[in-house]
Design a protein around this ligand. Structure first.
Ligand code: XMP
Length: 520
């Protein structure tokens, strides 16, 4: 994992590594550390000591995890880690593991604590310095530390457990049984800051301005005088990547926007207008609608759609790069969650996500991925800092294969038209209700069935439209958005009245998992 950084980044950047013991909160821990303006990265719990030395972090955080230290094969890190002299903060399972590995005793007390819990912190501790000693914290555990390892002192207790936090300041080891990363822990961020700034001696210097400056420097160095292209999708990631690279290398960059005919209403025009109005970036728009529709004729399988679209996109891209001549670099808007996902050893494939601007495997490009260390919210902050307009920065994500994976069954010009019109109404009404930014994604889906209705005393047999609106932090999990009834009512009435070929509107109330956000 150490190879995520270039050599110059390795040297100068203060980092804190989160060792992931399978916690659902590992990403959240990394994000909270970054909110404290310290760069943080997630690594597997079995990372080797040599690798850690190479990365040279200022601190380590052991995440929680579902296991108990007592079960066989419970995830354990190398014992040598404790000898490195790097400050460590153990959280939940991370605390129990620290206690167990250093000779303490972890017991199943039979008293599991879950949810909001009153904590009484002790005076003169590093973790609770400057924070109210009585506070609410978020607990989620069964096991707890019964006997601390030698050299530790208890730093907090709750009604059920004596050691709800512990410290060994000589060896810079700290641990909490609760979750400082979740917002329900009132002073969680302050506890993290105490660890980061006092124990690890980090300075809060990982700011957006510094990230931008650093990235521009890196890109300049990497690209030199070469030509570089960027597939622009109109979404926030590729737009931010393009503007950042443009700041670094100016006219050496050409952005390509491929209109594959699977876009939303007026999307191609909007992207061009926005970019031309706001930036002086070389932008080429390629109309490839016909060839994509031809390729998708008769295709109903979702995975085949994705693969065909991905391939076709690459061919269009390739042709353009050939015409431009001597293109050596390709910009991709890859984000940190994509990097984490691709590092997952055992994750089952659910969908082949095709990334527009995707990697043409058989082309001889070197990749520039300036956002590969950032979370989506950080990309949005960067976009704002770079002066991108709100309409791009706050755009909801849109999948590379576009409307094709929101049409169940064959993609035809007629069905695309129906979906496009319905989708435009969804966006318009969600925006009008002031909900667009609060919702992760909201869109229309065209199922491959028809149903009977009655309109103006006549029988109709037409398509339904399904509305999908979800809230999410990072698209890994999602909940269906509780849209107000009046918004749903307006959506239903407008879609049925204004979109010909539709006689019914349904609302998708599935969360992810077990559903996915898209229908295909
Ligand atoms: P799912 O449907 O897997 O979607 O819950 C999670 C997020 O990924 C987007 N998505 C895609 N993005 N190519 C993309 O570029 C794809 O093939 C693709 N499929 C899903 C989806 O819109 C959501 O934000």
């Amino acid at each position: 994992m150490g190879d995520k950084f270039s050599e110059s980044e390795q040297g100068s950047l203060q980092k804190v590594l989160v060792l992931d013991f399978g916690a659902q909160y590992s990403r959240l821990i990394a994000r909270r550390v970054r909110e404290c303006k310290v760069y943080s990265e997630i690594v597997p719990y079995d990372i080797s000591v040599d690798e850690i030395k190479k990365i040279n972090p200022q601190g380590l955080i052991f995440s929680g995890g579902p296991a108990s230290v007592h079960v066989p094969n419970a995830p354990r890190c190398s014992k040598e880690i404790f000898k490195l002299g790097i400050p460590i903060l153990g959280i939940c399972y991370g605390m129990q593991l620290m206690a167990d590995m250093l000779g303490g005793e972890v017991a199943e007390t039979g008293k599991s604590e879950y949810g909001k819990t009153r904590l009484l912190a002790k005076e003169d501790t590093l973790l609770f310095k400057g924070i109210s000693l009585e506070q609410d914290v978020w607990m989620s555990h069964c096991d707890s530390v019964k006997t601390m390892p030698v050299g530790f002192k208890s730093a907090a207790a709750t009604e059920s457990i004596q050691v709800a936090a512990m410290e060994n300041s000589n060896n810079k080891l700290y641990a909490v049984q609760f979750h400082p990363e979740v917002i329900h822990t009132s002073f969680g961020i302050d506890i993290l800051k105490n660890f980061l700034y006092d124990a690890c001696e980090c300075t809060p210097s990982w700011t957006m301005v510094s990230i931008i400056e650093k990235s521009i420097e890196e890109i300049k160095k990497k690209v030199g005088r070469n030509k570089i292209i960027c597939g622009l999708s109109g979404g926030v990631d590729s737009a931010v990547a393009a503007v950042l690279v443009h700041k670094a290398v100016g006219d050496q960059l050409t952005c390509v926007f491929v209109d594959h005919g699977l876009l939303r209403k007026r999307e191609a025009e909007q992207v061009e207008e926005t970019f031309k109005r706001n930036f002086k970036i070389n932008l080429v728009q390629i109309d490839a609608q016909e060839r994509f529709l031809k390729k998708l004729k008769g295709v109903t399988d979702p995975e085949k759609k994705r693969i065909f679209i991905g391939e076709e996109f690459i061919r269009v891209f390739e042709k353009f790069a050939c015409e431009l001549k001597n293109v050596n670099f390709l910009v991709q808007g890859t984000l940190y969650p994509d990097v984490i996902e691709s590092g997952t050893k055992d994750a089952a494939k659910i969908k082949t996500h095709h990334n527009v601007g995707g990697l043409p495997l058989d082309m001889d490009f070197k990749l520039i991925e300036p956002l590969r260390l950032l979370f989506k919210d950080e990309v949005r902050t960067m976009g704002e800092e770079l002066g991108l307009p709100d309409e791009i920065v706050w755009r909801q994500p849109f999948p590379g294969p576009g409307l094709a994976i929101r049409i169940i069954g064959e993609v035809t010009a007629e069905r695309l038209e129906i979906l496009r019109e319905a989708d435009a109404i969804v966006t318009e009404e969600v925006k009008r209700a002031g909900l667009y930014r609060k919702i992760w994604q909201s869109f229309a889906v065209l199922p491959g069935i028809k149903s009977v209705g009655v309109m103006g005393d006549k029988r109709t047999y037409a398509y339904p439209i399904a509305i999908r609106a979800v809230t999410s932090e990072d698209a890994m999990t999602a909940d269906w958005a509780k849209l107000p009834y009046d918004v749903l009512e307006r959506l239903s009435s407008r879609i049925i009245n204004e979109v010909s070929g539709v006689n019914r509107v349904v609302y998708d109330i599935s969360s992810k998992p077990p559903g996915t956000i898209e229908w295909e």
